[in-house]
Design a protein around this ligand. Structure first.
Ligand code: SF4
Length: 143
């Protein structure tokens, strides 16, 4: 059975920032021939509920910055992503929750240092790692 990496909130895990979920039964039906490997970098690193974060452009890099403390939260998300894909090298498909600063593939909002919105087609930090490894990646709303 082929493996798909899927944002855990889409499976009904209560791991969103407000400890709710994004259960998507239509999507789960479409993936019935796959073995689903769920992931949630933010729940793993910060727990649920947790303060929200935004993606902020900083020179050539995009950083996940806490909306509560302004702390740079990028490293634990990226480390989680690297570890996840190292543990599952046979994953061929990645489906991330659209618009998430961690999981969105081409739908994440990007802000500049003044917190002005500069793009709505950004890639979240976990999705960046999937793309870097050549994994076919989709936003959940487009799959
Ligand atoms: S979008 Fe990603 S980081 Fe956010 S709750 Fe879902 S799995 Fe976790």
């Amino acid at each position: 059975m082929k493996k798909v990496a899927l944002s855990a909130c889409l499976m009904g895990h209560s791991c969103r920032y407000d400890a709710s979920d994004n259960l998507n039964e239509t999507l789960l039906k479409k993936l019935s021939l796959y073995k689903i490997i769920p992931f949630c970098p933010e729940d793993d690193a910060f727990g649920s509920p947790r303060p929200t974060m935004d993606l902020i452009e900083n020179g050539q890099t995009i950083e996940a910055i806490s909306n509560k403390t302004n702390e740079n939260l990028s490293l634990p998300i990226t480390l989680y992503a690297q570890n996840f894909f190292n543990q599952h090298p046979d994953i061929k498909l990645f489906i991330g929750k659209d618009r998430s600063p961690s999981c969105g593939v081409c739908s994440a909002k990007i802000y500049n240092q003044n917190r002005d919105l500069i793009a709505t087609n950004g890639t979240g930090l976990m999705a960046q790692e999937a793309l870097k490894r050549g994994i076919t990646s989709w936003d959940s709303e487009l799959y």
